[in-house]
Design a protein around this ligand. Structure first.
Ligand SMILES: [Zn+2]
Length: 420
């Protein structure tokens, strides 16, 4: 605990500068060869290029091309070379400049070597990948992707983060001033070439003043499924609560498109809501995190609240005695948003719960909603121990302000490092 007494102030700057320096280093290509021993041609596959032609043009004997095409299909399918992919030809350092090795980059990490020096052979190789941890923090001014881009963070991280928080935060409706912190890995090949981002190790997102942490954790070691949980060990991929009332209710009327009511002369009056009868004044809770889009009184609905959860789902709660939340407010799952009443068209105290999917009302009790298992009680102590250091690391991260950026620039210039 003593070790965590204070945050390392200089650590963040130092780490990010290191990442910048590494990114800007010249690119050594190895692939298991000493490239100095060859005349190296580096190019990308063009339209109309074929492995055969490239080789014949570089004086490789035809039988060797056939050997590779016929015998090494599993390792290197010559018909599947793709336009735009980088390749290297290592040629002899003599007057003939005959191709000796062909290296095709399948992706940034994996490559295929065709060695033509002796009997033609093909094999696969993999570059050394080093993971470097990176920390970023920022405040939303325009959009998350713009903020992360300005910090030099891979777009894949934006996607990852929005997936982690998909059920908690509506990333289409972020607020100016929302804050984020991310700890993630960046992959580097041969210690120098950036090869994309790795998994997010910990994150923090403050939406409308509500802080939500995210920590990856395998709570089921048998299934080995990793999920993200918050600071209270709640699964972030949280599904909707089964009912908008926590206890003491009675399911009085289900969603029914062919309901007939005596009051209306047994005519079909579809009921697109689910009614939960409960005494007047019983708290009504938000069934999932979201933003209040309506909190008003209108006709038969009486006093009601509508919450938008993400681009797909919204929920609505009718006949309230009174609302507790206002339009624009961000609410978390289980927050009280109002109380059971009898406003609008209703024969008794109940909440009519309406569930919207892609703008249409559906039956929430029949919807297949993503399941989210919370961390088992027996594992919670282990979980909190596990995330303690990560949470501390996040808490130490400072949000970048324009002044901080300027300071960093001055510091770097004094040290003679060019800022890119
Ligand atoms: Zn109803």
């Amino acid at each position: 605990m003593l070790m965590m007494a204070s945050c390392g102030e200089e650590k963040e700057i130092a780490k990010n500068t290191l990442v910048e320096e590494i990114k800007n280093q010249p690119i050594p290509k190895q692939y298991g060869f000493n490239l100095d021993n060859f005349k190296v041609v580096q190019d990308t596959v063009k339209w109309g290029d074929s492995f055969g032609e490239l080789m014949l043009k570089n004086h490789v004997d035809y039988p060797k091309v056939v050997t590779i095409s016929e015998n090494y299909k599993d390792t290197f399918d010559v018909r599947k070379i793709k336009v735009g992919k980088p390749y290297l030809i290592l040629k002899a350092k003599d007057s003939l400049e005959k191709a000796q090795v062909f290296i095709y980059e399948n992706d940034r990490i994996n490559y295929t070597v065709v060695d033509l020096r002796d009997t033609a052979v093909a094999y696969k190789g993999k570059k050394n990948v080093k993971y470097i941890e990176r920390e970023v923090a920022g405040t939303i001014k325009n959009s998350l992707s713009m903020e992360l881009d300005s910090l030099g963070v891979d777009y894949a991280v934006t996607i990852n983060l929005s997936e982690i928080y998909a059920w908690t935060i509506d990333f289409f409706r972020l607020e100016k001033g929302d804050k984020f912190k991310i700890i993630y890995d960046e992959k580097y090949i041969n210690d120098s070439i950036y090869a994309g981002s790795g998994a997010i190790k910990a994150a923090f997102f403050e939406h409308k003043g509500n802080p939500i942490y995210a920590f990856p954790y395998v709570s089921d070691s048998i299934k080995n499924i990793q999920e993200y949980y918050d600071q209270d060990a709640n699964n972030l991929r949280s599904t909707f609560l089964r009912a908008p009332i926590k206890f003491g209710y009675r399911l009085s009327s289900r969603y029914n498109l062919r309901r007939r009511i005596a009051y209306y002369g047994y005519k079909v009056r579809p009921h697109k809501g689910t009614d939960y009868a409960a005494p007047i004044g019983t708290p009504i809770v938000a069934t999932a995190d979201g933003t209040v889009t309506e909190s008003t009184r209108r006709g038969g609905n009486g006093k009601y609240v509508k919450i938008r959860h993400n681009s797909m789902y919204s929920t609505q709660y009718l006949h309230m005695k009174a609302q507790k939340v206002r339009k624009g407010e961000f609410v978390r799952q289980g927050d009280v948003i109002g109380w059971v009443g009898m406003t609008g068209n209703t024969g008794g105290p109940h909440v009519c719960y309406r569930f919207w999917k892609n703008g249409r009302q559906v039956d929430p009790l029949r919807e297949k909603l993503p399941s989210a298992e919370p961390i088992a009680d027996s594992l919670q102590t282990t979980y909190f121990d596990h995330v303690e250091t990560l949470k501390f690391q996040l808490d130490c991260l400072k949000f970048e302000s324009p002044e901080a950026q300027e300071n960093l620039l001055t510091l770097d210039q004094e040290d003679g490092i060019t800022q890119n």
